[in-house]
Design a protein around this ligand. Sequence first.
Ligand SMILES: *[C@@H]1O[C@H](CO)[C@@H](O)[C@H](O)[C@H]1NC(C)=O
Ligand SMILES: *[C@@H]1O[C@H](CO)[C@@H](O)[C@H](O)[C@H]1NC(C)=O
Ligand SMILES: *[C@@H]1O[C@H](CO)[C@@H](O)[C@H](O)[C@H]1NC(C)=O
Length: 306
Amino acid sequence: MAQISIKRPIQYLLSLMIALASAQSPQCPNNLAVYNPNLRTACVNGTFFIVPVDTATVESAVAPYGLVPLPTSDETLFPNGFPAGTYPVLVSIYLDNDIRMTALQIPTPLLSASIQVPYVDRLGDGETGFLFSVKQYIGGYDGDDVSGYVPALVSSLGGTTIFVASFVPDDGPYEEISTSPPEYIAQVKDVIVPNPVSGPGVIEEAIDTDFFTVSTSSYTAHLFHEVISQPLILTSGLCQRNPIYFNQTFTDPIFRNGTVTLYSPGGAFAGVYDDVQGYSASGEMVGYNAESCASAAANTDPNALA
Ligand SMILES: *[C@@H]1O[C@H](CO)[C@@H](O)[C@H](O)[C@H]1NC(C)=O
Ligand SMILES: *[C@@H]1O[C@H](CO)[C@@H](O)[C@H](O)[C@H]1NC(C)=O
Ligand SMILES: *[C@@H]1O[C@H](CO)[C@@H](O)[C@H](O)[C@H]1NC(C)=O
């Protein structure tokens, strides 16, 4: 399968950034860039779903790593435990706004989505959880073509494969499709996989979500924060911290439930998952540089997981 994986495109990134004029920033300010001028920062607004998937299927997807035992008896994370025989998969769809990478700023927001497995035993210690990326997508805000940003983002993510896709909606992290009760959708579709022979190819749907607001959840906000901010396992052998701080005045956390559909570009996890619990919120993301997995774990800020 053709994949985008480009290393060290710094000159390209520089010329691209300088060439592009600045655009509007519709929402969600980046409040941390000023304190982290050498890191990648953004304001993230989106919805994060915990999808229970058959444990054996999850195990084979994260091989050669294992899974750490889920802390299901910790009521501050899982007040109702977790369905037996399944393991959580984190499905995220969000708007990255006001993205800064070192002194440069990406002049438009981006849409991002990912399918990741949390609590992966990267260190083999049976207890420290890492995020394993199964699929990652980016798309342009309001019809913008973002293929040009892929090299820069891929580079900052240490070789992680990113697919370019279109999002519905493409001007926000989700949209209301009905008012009583309020019902929302967010979708990732038309995944474009560059093909060196024939040019861009298109795969249809990748992720559909359809959800409602609920007042209580099977999981706490702390559980969502903990899985979202676990260090990411990179293909380079290193790991990377990308904590999101959901403690802003505009964080506005909302529990959701609904249906998450993963299509075949989602690989092993394809299926329709009903009654899935989610969490919509906005927070400040700080993307650190790659480091050893042991130091990524040791340096993880417990405040981001709280
Ligand atoms: C996050 O996105 C939702 C949906 O578009 C919007 O209603 C909300 O105002 C946004 N929050 C922030 C802080 O931008
Ligand atoms: C959010 O948490 C971080 C880390 O603890 C802290 O540095 C920051 O001041 C907090 N921000 C707000 C607005 O409380
Ligand atoms: C939301 O949760 C309730 C209670 O668990 C469930 O009965 C309902 O079917 C869920 N709704 C959706 C759309 O999944």
